[in-house]
Design a protein around this ligand. Structure first.
Ligand SMILES: Cc1cc2nc3c(=O)[nH]c(=O)nc-3n(C[C@H](O)[C@H](O)[C@H](O)COP(=O)(O)OP(=O)(O)OC[C@H]3O[C@@H](n4cnc5c(N)ncnc54)[C@H](O)[C@@H]3O)c2cc1C
Length: 655
């Protein structure tokens, strides 16, 4: 068999790679020559002048700001601008760890396969310590698989943050808006009015290289501060980062080295008694490595930059830890010195705590609301997760598809994630310090590492029950799709064209909700099929949620996209026998969308019903949010529960 729990063995890699390829549909409203990834320009082209008013103003083009801009660029009717104080995109340095979960999100944006091709894949992690028999040497004490089998169809990879940014910039550039950051523009001040359609006024200093600085004003419905650890937006909101102050300086450098250290191409933690700890992160391209190296203990309130630490000091500290192995730096691409501290803001928006108080109009995301050690590789990932959570909510509120009260859930959901991140990082720093002092127990440390693998892979985030997350009353109908957690994809075969693919790759970053309807035991062509009955209700009944939440004139799947997964092999079914909802007519020609129905991948022995614990007798409905999180699980005959769930979130479009 080429696969185990949905993760391929060597024989299955080629097939698996194809299965991860992005799902694209085009030519619905007529043939268009050229690259289908380029959306026709639908708006007035962006010029170098900022408009007087926008729907969303994003401040900062780091990973949080670009994720949000890429998401909002998918909506031609929403005007977004992204201002950035720097003169252009970063080219090197900063974060490089991309978790499995972020890769799943990249798939929704359509560039996971590009990252996979270019990145370093973290397959193993090795551990080294001072040799108990020779204090001047280090020895390997363990090696473990980096990502647990079956955790995600995506690998854990390492790629320069700058390249990830490039891919987001491409998504924005190919969108209908042809959106690009407005560089050389620094947010100076924010003023928030209590009323008005565009309550936030941003004062911006534009400093082009070839002209004197000028002041610009932009009014926005919403402003999102993705402006990093020293956020101006956060200060304007009167919020501050609270938490532990740092007391340990670390160095980080991206280098091209010649070394005889055998694990230079493995992610490696070295702990040399008396000399400190270092972490090797092998990098894309086969030659470069990132080294994080422990430096000095800082005094109270002291900053690492106050010590004037030099690159040579980083290299000498690294060479000392690596003894007896050589470590000759041939070229330093980037380096920096920083201190670790774990801090976060109390909330991520400007709404008060009163449930009926004012609605939020200003938000912060990423490093602007939480800072922590970079070594657990969470900075870029959690920041992108913040914006992905916020993006679809802003779009739904701006398009009138949901009431703006939905926006309150951003701070609630993501502050809880940040709190867990801070706790994890404090614990991680403690365990690491114990190890460096020689007091730690290595097998225990490795155990800790393995135990927290799901966390670092980014797949353990769980949103609590709320308006957006149902109670787990029907969790038993699909035990492998945890309510509140991201949809754990599994292989399927698309019925119409027998294409092997991942069900999760039907989720695009397009702001739509998804209903996955898993068939019950009755054949879907028979009158006793609960799947068919639900499909008929959803398609035919004018009061059904598909019709009541859909703006007039739009396709049946414009707001809620329904996919069906039957139990039979694809060779024993005809698409034409399935309910019309699973092969709906769409677009100006009424073309049939034949990519809604799927079968289990029986050939590779990866039956999604078994892999994800679906009740074969009763089937079920799995509701998935636009950010890929499982919102609810309901029985196939739970028509009223399904309608009630969406009535609480989406506005009625029929009146
Ligand atoms: C110098 C540096 C080194 C780092 N090193 C590492 C590392 O080694 N490993 C690791 O995992 N993580 C590292 N990080 C953190 C990692 O890059 C962040 O966690 C991640 O990028 C979070 O993204 P963000 O978008 O929230 O913030 P950032 O990536 O910091 O982006 C914020 C953006 O906002 C812009 N900005 C700030 N103020 C304004 C303003 N007033 N107006 C307009 N624009 C503004 C900034 O120029 C910047 O482009 C580093 C960050 C920095 C800044």
């Amino acid at each position: 068999m080429p696969s185990f729990l949905g993760i391929p063995t060597l024989l299955g890699w080629q097939l698996w790679y194809l299965q991860t390829a992005t799902v694209m549909q085009f030519h619905l409203n007529g043939f268009r020559p050229g690259d289908p990834a380029i959306t026709p320009a639908a708006c007035v082209p962006q010029t170098d002048r900022l408009p007087a008013s926008v729907d969303v103003l994003i401040v900062g083009s780091g990973s949080a700001g670009l994720t949000l801009a890429a998401q909002l660029s998918a909506f031609p009717d929403i005007t977004t601008r992204l201002i950035e104080a720097k003169s252009g995109p970063i080219e090197k340095g900063q974060a490089d760890g991309v978790s499995c979960r972020s890769m799943e999100m990249f798939e929704a944006f359509g560039f996971a396969h590009t990252v996979m091709r270019e990145a370093y894949w973290v397959n193993e992690t090795t551990f080294w310590k001072t040799d108990p028999d020779d204090a001047d040497s280090i020895v390997r004490t363990g090696r473990i698989q980096d990502v647990e089998d079956g955790l995600s169809e995506m690998p854990h990879v390492i790629l320069n943050q700058a390249r990830v940014h490039d891919m987001y910039l491409d998504v924005m550039r190919l969108s209908a808006h042809r959106l690009a950051p407005d560089y050389d523009r620094r947010l100076d001040r924010l003023d928030v009015a209590e009323t008005g359609t565009h309550p936030v006024t941003a004062t911006i200093i534009h400093s082009p290289a070839d002209a004197a600085p000028t002041e610009e004003m932009v009014r926005a419905r919403y402003v999102v501060g993705c402006d990093g650890a020293r956020s101006t937006v956060r200060s304007a909101m009167g919020l501050e980062l609270k938490g532990d102050s740092a007391n340990k300086a670390w160095g980080v450098m991206d280098v091209l080295v010649v070394t005889d250290f055998p694990d230079i191409r493995q992610k490696t933690l070295v702990q040399a008694a008396g000399s400190g700890a270092l972490l090797i992160i092998p990098r894309e391209g086969g030659y470069m490595a990132r080294i994080y190296v422990e430096l000095e203990t800082l005094g109270d309130g002291e900053r690492a930059r106050d010590r004037n630490i030099t690159l040579d000091q980083l290299i000498v500290a690294t060479q000392r830890i690596f003894r007896p192995y050589s470590f000759e730096v041939k070229n330093t691409i980037w380096w920096s010195v920083y201190e670790i501290g774990q801090r976060m803001t109390d909330r991520f928006d400007n709404a008060g705590d009163a449930p009926n108080g004012p609605l939020p109009s200003v938000f912060i995301a990423g490093d602007a609301c939480h800072t922590h050690s970079p070594k657990a590789g969470q900075g870029m990932n959690v920041s992108m997760g913040d914006s992905f959570n916020l993006g679809w909510k802003l779009a739904a509120a701006l398009q009138g598809r949901a009431a703006p009260e939905l926006l309150r859930s951003y701070s609630t959901e993501r502050a809880a994630v940040a709190r867990r991140l801070i706790t994890f990082d404090q614990e991680w720093a403690r365990v690491l310090a114990e190890q460096s002092s020689g007091a730690g127990n290595t097998p225990k440390f490795q155990e800790y590492f393995v135990e927290h693998g799901r966390y670092t892979a980014g797949v353990s985030v769980r949103y609590e029950p709320s308006q957006l997350i149902g109670e787990p009353k029907y969790q038993h109908l699909a035990t492998g799709f945890d309510i509140g957690m991201r949809l754990h994809s599994a292989p399927v075969v698309r019925l119409a064209d027998a294409k092997p693919m991942h069900i999760g790759h039907t989720l695009r970053a397009d702001g739509r909700w998804r209903l996955f309807l898993f068939a019950d035991a009755a054949h879907p062509t028979t009158s006793g099929s609960r799947l068919a009955q639900l499909c008929r209700y959803l398609y035919d009944n004018p009061a059904s949620l598909l019709r009541s939440h859909r703006p007039a004139g739009e396709d049946i799947d414009a707001v809620i996209d329904v996919r069906g997964i039957v139990q039979s092999d694809f060779r024993s079914m005809n698409l034409g026998d399935l309910p019309i909802l699973l092969r709906p007519p769409k677009g100006r020609f009424g073309l049939i969308d034949s990519e809604k129905a799927f079968c289990p991948d029986l050939k590779n022995d990866t039956d999604i019903f078994d892999l994800r614990g679906i009740d074969r007798c009763n089937g079920c409905i799995v509701i998935v949010r636009p950010d890929q999180y499982v919102a609810h699980i309901l029985p196939l005959d739970g028509f009223s529960g399904l309608s009630a769930f969406f009535r609480n979130i989406l506005t009625s479009q029929s009146s």
